[in-house]
Design a protein around this ligand. Structure first.
Ligand SMILES: Nc1ncnc2c1ncn2[C@@H]1O[C@H](COP(=O)(O)OP(=O)(O)OP(=O)(O)O)[C@@H](O)[C@H]1O
Ligand SMILES: [Mg+2]
Length: 332
């Protein structure tokens, strides 16, 4: 077996929507692989197909060498899944939740006891193991879910938005556990996230997905390097100048244009600090007033903007607005 996960043109259609559109990825054993994309990109749908929760409409996928459609049972034996929404029984204790899961997977009493001890210690929940889950914090619940996903020694672990809704400090804590179990237990991990920083910090490789398709796939560093240098953001006094400024940079060949909006132009250049005077000189020669300049290293958001023309965050905002709109119109 060459790959822990291998998909070939995997597709899922729901009526009008093509949630996952011909995605082909290969994840190596031991890899920590990320799917980064905005709300509705198709991340959960892809994980649901790989974990045999739903059937693909087209294409195929192998998980730990087993076909997700023909060998679903074998796939399930080899994977652990932590869903986006919690599936713990909060009336039971942490230990009872783990024990229940072990029973479902047919582990005998002695094996369950031993494994519960191991996974509790891995996520540092030993002390709270006998408290009712209802009394856990959000971060503790997530850790317990991760521990549960590991009970039956899966080769591949699917984590759907492992830190959604957690505060930044708890999020970093969870990152440590994810890294630890990837390194120490050697588990292959496929995680989804719409937090750029999470993908950047954790993953060996990332597939950026949008509208059910992969728009870029590489290591975080190479994705950022692919933009070619440092990002300079130029604020313009006059919105009408945006196209003119982009044209003058294109003609000069000193910069790559990432994107532009009404009064800002984002470009990348090599050796940003040294290039700023030249960039400003060109603007001044073209008679374009610049009112602000900033220089920074590229982020995965820049990569996303470069390939899709918009920010991951923009889409989130528009979803929120949509929800707000629906609520407002319902009230009428
Ligand atoms: N059971 C379903 N029936 C119809 N449409 C669905 C169903 N599940 C998902 N979709 C649609 O498929 C698309 C992808 O959804 P999916 O949940 O996979 O996105 P996601 O990337 O996980 O988003 P999020 O970041 O919000 O979790 C969306 O347009 C969604 O509305
Ligand atoms: Mg999702």
């Amino acid at each position: 077996m060459l790959y822990a996960i291998e998909t070939s043109g995997i597709t899922k259609r729901f009526d009008e929507t093509t949630a996952v559109n011909k995605i082909s990825i290969s994840v190596k054993p031991g890899e920590l692989f990320g799917l980064l994309g905005p709300n509705g990109a198709g991340k959960t749908t892809l994980i649901s197909m790989l974990s045999t929760m739903i059937e693909p409409s087209g294409g195929s996928a192998l998980v730990w060498g087993y076909n997700v459609m023909k060998d679903a049972d074998a796939v399930r034996q080899n994977i652990g899944v932590v869903f986006q929404d919690t599936t713990l029984d909060d009336r039971l204790t942490g230990r009872e939740n783990l024990d229940l899961h072990g029973r479902l997977y047919g582990l005998d009493g002695i094996t369950r006891k031993k494994r519960i001890k191991e996974v509790l210690s891995l996520v540092e929940l030993t002390e709270r193991a006998d408290a009712i889950v209802k009394t856990y914090s959000g971060g503790m619940m997530r850790r317990l879910e991760i521990a549960r996903g590991l009970m039956h020694h899966p080769h591949v672990l699917f984590l759907d938005e492992p830190t959604l809704g957690l505060d930044p400090q708890t999020r970093m804590h969870i990152w440590d556990y994810i890294k630890k179990l990837n390194k120490e237990e050697g588990v292959t991990i496929l995680l989804t996230t719409h937090y750029m920083e999470e993908a950047d910090k954790l993953c060996d490789r990332i597939a950026i997905i949008d509208n059910g398709q992969i728009v870029a796939l590489d290591t975080p560093q190479d994705l950022k390097n692919s933009l070619g240098g440092d990002v300079i953001t130029l604020g313009l006094g006059n919105p009408g100048d945006v196209d003119k400024l982009c044209n003058s940079y294109r003609k000069d060949g000193c910069a790559n244009i990432i994107t532009q909006n009404q009064n800002e132009v984002f470009i990348t250049v090599n050796n940003g600090e040294r290039q700023i005077p030249h960039i400003l000189l060109l603007a001044s020669q073209a008679g374009i007033p610049i009112i602000s300049v900033s220089l920074r290293k590229p982020t995965l958001d820049d990569v996303f903007i470069h390939y899709t023309g918009r920010a991951i965050r923009d889409k989130e905002v528009s979803v929120m607005e949509e929800v707000g709109y629906k609520m407002r119109s319902r009230r009428k």
